[in-house]
Design a protein around this ligand. Structure first.
Ligand code: ZN
Length: 410
């Protein structure tokens, strides 16, 4: 399944009906959420999707007759979406479902059936909405599964077409050391690979921050509910949209360089705990700006499409503290240190490239199960930096570990 996003240009009539679909879909979602809540408080049991459907059909004949103006499949899709939201909540992937607001940024509704995309006429046909003009910049072949119609905060309309193209992903390549590249993500450089290539961080948000702050300040002064306020709100959302578009372009370029163009067939990355890192307020904005999470999810599916492997290693590996040449572990490695000399083997390590090499080796060790992929186990000695470290042979490491432990226990 692949998704294609097209910009659409509904005429005024279609626009009215699209807005009605947004409103009704949102209403059904919120209504179902409150029904579930009420039912749970009264009986201690949860309402199933089926029960909600029956209630919806009943109330359409009763007090919600106006819902018959829109495609009933879209309303059922709202119930299905709520159901998914609850499943995600119970499985710990998301927060408790919230009510959707008329004023929140994106509005959307789904059409799960009877949709056609007409490339000749550059139009999308939905139930009750025929011939919506669209810029179909990219063709696809396959069966249309669902279409989600959206309106951005700045007032642009889009259609996301989910297509089952019947293409089976190629079998993933065999993992080999020589075709594996370790990737480290950073703030100064967005991406560093174990071969020494660096991709600069475009700092997309930072570039627009002054302008954004200025427009937001103007917005804060506008009277609530006024026409000028909504005009200003749109201005702010256009800036946000531009930032998001630039980030999207950058992510797709950077991931295409790896998953489509690079000769490497396996990539190893650190499974970053981005949420945890964002709690560090000093770095939060820079990290969000870097868009790591989006980068990793995009890289993952592109690798799948191209028969490549993406190995995620645990985030607890001290990848930046280990010397990749000899396996020596530094006690501390402050963020400010960009280059360091290993006290054990004397090699001079670029902080990021060294970390990328470690990520590659740890990834290989994890997936191939060979301990000799890494020079040393990450839990090996941690001799304090300095003279004591010199002359420690790898064969001695085991014996070195014991007294260190004993000392700390004592
Ligand atoms: Zn070393």
């Amino acid at each position: 399944m692949r998704a294609y996003k097209y910009r659409t240009y509904p005429n005024p009539e279609q626009r009215v009906l699209i807005e009605k679909h947004f409103g009704c879909s949102r209403h059904v979602y919120n209504w179902a959420l409150s029904e579930k809540d009420k039912h749970y408080k009264e009986t201690g049991k949860s309402l199933s999707k089926r029960q909600l459907q029956d209630r919806l059909v009943a109330s359409k004949k009763d007090d919600k007759e106006w819902l018959t103006d829109v495609n009933s499949q879209s309303l059922l899709a709202s119930l299905a979406n709520l159901d998914t939201a609850f499943t995600n909540f119970f499985q710990g992937r998301a927060q408790f479902p919230k009510f959707k607001s008329k004023y929140s940024g994106w509005q959307s509704f789904q059409c799960p059936q009877h949709v056609t995309v007409d490339f000749e006429a550059s139009a999308i046909n939905l139930p009750k909405l025929k011939g919506i003009k669209a810029k179909l910049h990219r063709p696809f072949s396959g069966k249309v599964k669902t279409v989600t119609v959206k309106r951005s905060p700045s007032g642009k309309y889009f259609a996301s077409v989910l297509v089952d193209d019947g293409v089976v992903d190629p079998a993933p390549a065999t993992i080999e050391r020589e075709n594996t590249v370790g990737l480290d993500v950073g703030l100064t450089e967005f991406l560093i690979d174990s071969k020494g290539n660096k991709t600069e961080n475009p700092r997309i948000l930072k570039a627009s921050l002054v302008r954004l702050a200025m427009e937001q300040k103007i917005l804060a002064r506008k009277k609530k509910g006024s026409a000028n306020r909504s005009k200003q709100k749109r201005k702010v959302s256009i800036i946000h949209e531009k930032i998001a578009n630039r980030r999207y372009d950058f992510t797709h370029q950077a991931t295409a360089n790896l998953a489509d163009k690079s000769h490497a067939t396996t990539f190893a990355v650190e499974d970053l705990n981005i949420k945890g890192m964002i709690k560090n307020r000093k770095l939060a904005r820079a990290i969000q700006d870097a868009g790591w999470g989006m980068f990793l999810t995009t890289l993952e599916y592109k690798c799948r499409w191209n028969g490549k492997n993406l190995i995620r290693i645990g985030r607890f590996h001290p990848s930046s503290k280990l010397c990749n040449c000899c396996g020596y572990k530094m006690e501390a490695m402050p963020l400010s240190v960009r280059e360091w000399q290993c006290p054990n083997c004397q090699s001079v390590n670029d902080r990021d490239i060294n970390a990328a090499c470690n990520i590659r080796d740890i990834g290989l060790a994890d997936s191939l199960g060979c301990s000799d992929c890494i020079k040393s186990s990450p839990v090996a000695i941690s001799v304090s930096a300095g003279a004591t470290a010199k002359g420690v042979e790898s064969s001695q490491r085991g014996s070195q570990e014991a007294p260190t432990k004993a000392a700390s226990a004592a």
